[in-house]
Design a protein around this ligand. Structure first.
Ligand code: NAI
Length: 249
């Protein structure tokens, strides 16, 4: 059966688990070949087997999203294996939560490095390829509600994710000339390893603010990414799509 993304090649950073793994799976279901990166080689191999079980071609590359060398190696490996890159999802992200007055320099720097600099490094490397290919492309940045409304205890993360929104808009303007569309998806509270450590009290307080009164699933985020990667989204660029059950409107 022919899928809407047959023949397309996607890179998903941090695609070995959580939201990234689900995005990879959703793109594979639509027929894309998927390259996933992450830091844990064993987990990556499991993610690749899972993608292959869905009938798709897949490749796992251990790479630190904050390292220029690693990003360039990842992009080269994808091109070597599949010959092209059509879709980039900048999903790799971390949190190091602390109150502002207690936050260490290292916690600030690392969160900005992985969430924001990582997206810049990957976008630069991939868009060079897309420009040469002359077939356009899609870049989707996973930001957060925290980047739009701020989150106490997450000044570093909120700044990185707000930065990613500015980066999305500026790169959308630059890359439009080559029909490369750049958008951001901002999830709210999604059940993954990242949110598992939330205390019951913090979870309750968040749920009370969500209009739908429940957390979201990685699949619900992946559906939005899949739409932005597909043929239904040809006139959309520089936008932020919130997938948050009405937490922030
Ligand atoms: P997760 O912690 O389950 O997965 C994060 C992924 O990023 C993992 O695969 C990890 O290996 C990878 N990663 C982390 N640092 C990396 C690095 N230096 N280099 C390469 N890969 C790295 O988290 P989750 O929830 O799946 O998060 C995915 C994205 O969604 C992140 O950007 C996160 O900020 C964002 N997000 C998550 C929300 C949630 O409620 N879970 C809400 C809003 C945004």
């Amino acid at each position: 059966m022919k899928g809407p993304l047959d023949g397309k090649v996607a890179i998903v950073t941090g695609g070995s688990r959580g939201i990234g793994a689900e995005i990879g799976a959703r793109l594979a279901e639509d027929g894309a070949a998927v390259v996933v990166s992450g830091r844990d080689a064993d987990r990556l191999q499991r993610a690749v087997r899972d993608l292959e079980a869905r009938g798709g071609a897949a490749l796992g590359i251990a790479a630190d999203a904050a390292s220029r060398e690693d990003c360039e190696r990842l992009v080269n490996a994808a091109r070597q294996q599949f010959g092209r890159i059509d879709i980039l999802v900048n999903n790799a992200g971390i949190t190091h939560d602390e109150l502002l007055i207690r936050m260490k320099d290292e916690d600030w720097d690392r969160v900005i490095e992985v969430n924001l600099r990582g997206a810049f490094l990957m976008t630069r490397a991939v868009s060079k390829s897309m420009v040469r290919q002359k077939r356009g492309g899609r870049i989707i940045n996973i930001t957060s509600t925290a980047g739009a409304m701020g989150n106490a205890g997450q000044t570093n993360y909120s700044a990185a994710k707000a930065g990613l929104i500015g980066f999305t808009k500026a790169s959308a303007r630059e890359l439009a000339h080559w029909s490369i569309l750049v958008n951001a998806v901002a999830p709210g509270l999604i059940e993954t390893d990242m949110t598992a450590p939330l205390s019951a009290a913090a979870r309750e307080a968040l749920l009370a603010q969500i209009a739908l009164k429940r957390s979201g699933t990685a699949r619900e985020v992946a559906e939005m990414v899949r739409f932005l990667a597909g043929d239904g989204a040809t006139y959309i660029t520089g936008q932020v799509f919130h997938v948050n059950g009405g937490l922030y409107m």
